[in-house]
Structure formats: C-alpha cells, structure tokens
Write a protein that binds this ligand. Sequence first.
Ligand code: C5P
Length: 237
Amino acid sequence: MKKKTDLFVALDFPNVREAELCLLELSPFHRKFKVGLELYLSAGPAFVAGLVNQGLEIFLDLKFHDIPNTVGAAVKQAAQLGVAFTNIHCGGGKAMMAAAREACVAVNLAKKGGGQPTTRLLGVTVLTSLDDKALEEVGFPRSASAQVKRLTDLAQEVGLDGVVCSAQELPLVYSSFPGAYTMVPGIRPSQSSPGDQIRVATPQEARNAGASGLVIGRPITAASDRKQALLDILKDL
Ligand code: C5P
C-alpha cells in the first residue's frame, strides 16, 4: 500500500499565545507541526523542546545558510532539541551541507538507545516563492527546475535525508535521489489564494506526485474554522 503523505501545519505566529491557541484546536487529532523563523524567534528553543516533549513531531524550519562551521554547530543545537526534521539551504555549498550532515549524524548516534527521537536533515533547493525570472534577477540563469535538480544531486551526494522542493519538481528530484524524503511547501487547496507562493500545487497533486510530506500554513491557520480546513485536507492524503 502507498505510504500516507505526512502533513506539517506551519505554526507561523508571532507569539506563543497564538501558537498555543492553534495547537489547542488541532493537536487533539493532529501531531505534526512546523516551527519557522517567526515563532522560533519569539518563543525560543525551550518552547520547541516543550512541543517535542508533548510527543509532537516537529519540523524546525530555520533554513540555515552560513559558513560550514557555523551551520554544523547550529544543526547540532537543532538536533539536540529532538525535532523530527530540520533544514539547511543547499545553496550554502557542499562543504556546508557536509558539516551539517556530520553534526546531525553525530547527535543521532549519541541518542541511540536512549529512546529519544532522531532528526532528519533536509536541504532547501529553490524556495517555492521563486520562479525562473526571480532566479535570473539574483544571477541564476538556469530555470528553477534545473536548479532544483542540481541542488538535489548535491544533497544526495552529501547524504542528506531529503530535500524541500515544489510539487512540480518531484519527478526530477526522485530521478536523481530516489530515496529522498521530499518536503513540499507551496500547497494550496484549489479555492485558496496563493499569497506570496508561486510554484504551487493542490494537496492531491502533491500527493499524487509522490510527496513524502506537505507543509501547509495559511490555508489552515488563516481559515475561519481551522479544524475543518485541516480535516478537509487530511481526508485527501
Ligand atoms: O502559508 P504557507 O502555506 O504559504 O506556508 C508555507 C510555509 O512553508 C512557510 O512557513 C514557509 O516559511 C515554509 N517554506 C516555504 N518554502 C520553502 C520552505 C519552507 O514556503 N522552500
């Protein structure tokens, strides 16, 4: 049987109070959530560790991009929080990706036997808010899909657990990295507004293209009935 597609609800809120209100509504029946830059900066690592301790599966989406030593050290901290997933920008280069992987593997090894949750490391390829024109503006003449393919090849060579990409690039990603965990943002149920996302797909399209996990924020968190919005999406996965 085909594996079910995971769904991480993006807790993109400015403070703990709003995040907790959302968790109160959704966590009784859904256990996978994403903490990104906004909430992390407001709530801090202790809040993330608290979510992990409640048994929630957390994707810590801080998209590290710095020199190898700094990123390796940051990934070590993220993995020590016990999050299920964290990520780095593949554009930071192979040495940076390798340092991040080494740090993640070392923390996972140290946890072995202790029953603590291990962390998977994903590489962000090309943000789903960018198209070919936006890439050209910042000096990347190749198309978004060619750039995703190139960065996926590197992620696979370095030994990351998978990549973050749009649903449109999933066939390309699996052609070079068949075992990848593919985390797919830019998900919009057919009636929702794309907002700042450009390379979008519906939950069903992403699932049918083989996404391992979906990241969905505003279509759920900004809905008048969040519980119903999430249930409507989950029934199609
Ligand atoms: O509200 P929306 O569904 O657009 O939220 C998407 C979430 O996924 C945001 O938290 C955003 O930071 C994150 N994300 C993304 N594109 C990536 C990686 C993460 O949109 N490539």
